[in-house]
Design a protein around this ligand. Sequence first.
Ligand code: PZK
Length: 286
Amino acid sequence: MSLDAAHVGSGKVRELYALGDGTLALTASDRISTFDVVLPTPIPDKGKVLTGLSAFWFGRTRELVPNHLLRLGDDGRTMVCRRLEMLPIECVVRGYLAGSGWKDYRDTGVVCGHDLPEGLEESSRLPEPIFTPATKAVAGHDENIDEERAAALCGDDAYRVAKEASLALYRFASKYAESRGIILADTKFEFGVAPDGSVNLGDEALTPDSSRFWPAADYGEGRPQASFDKQFVRDWCERTGWDKTAPGPELPDHVVAGTRARYVEAFEKLTEVPFDAYVANPEVVL
Ligand code: PZK
């Protein structure tokens, strides 16, 4: 990162810098979070894998929806982006019942105003993907909101564009991923308005940190699914008896190595680019 870049924000595992000229640098670290806690042990190359995957999807979906990516940094973990006026909602699309979607369905039969058929189980595939917007919580968990509230927060026109773009992106990416053995159970997008007034896809997109990736080979209804990327970490953390409050445990080498291999496997399955080729020249994914 250049020395004159002003730090403008931190996520749990990412940093955002202003570069001037209406551009930003979004840098993904190798930090990993589980059970909402960032662990002290990094996963080598995780930031490169996530940045490369986002860039891959941005390159393949630009005809569907314009996006903020201008170019990739040589470090493989930085996206130089157009600055947007971000919409104040998380745009979540669900094709399967997991997480808060499953809990809301189990308790009420309804998910964000979508009246779903009876008899669905945990992890069931939905008849159609559904759009389930949420607020962006500053601390704590995002809260699912109904369409009326989401539209009021964004403005009707921007809301409608973001919703239709989200569903189109999910349909495209889930079909592509499934053909490569990965179920994209659900995903979260963030959109913003560009200086020309167009609604653009921002943030990271269609990565394991912003989505649930499930190995298709292990899929089954009526139970939770193993996560493609984090299952080793979760299983190991569960076995230590950690109470899931900060600070988290240091990970042993075999858990780090197994988790890194899973991230690289997801990258290579989806992009069909050898990860080493990406590291040598990040723009190969575009
Ligand atoms: C923007 N975030 C999330 C917070 C991070 C990321 N293109 C954009 N224009 C304006 N703002 C943002 C973006 C993007 N992407 C993204 N917050 C604002 C965020 C903290 C650290 F790495």
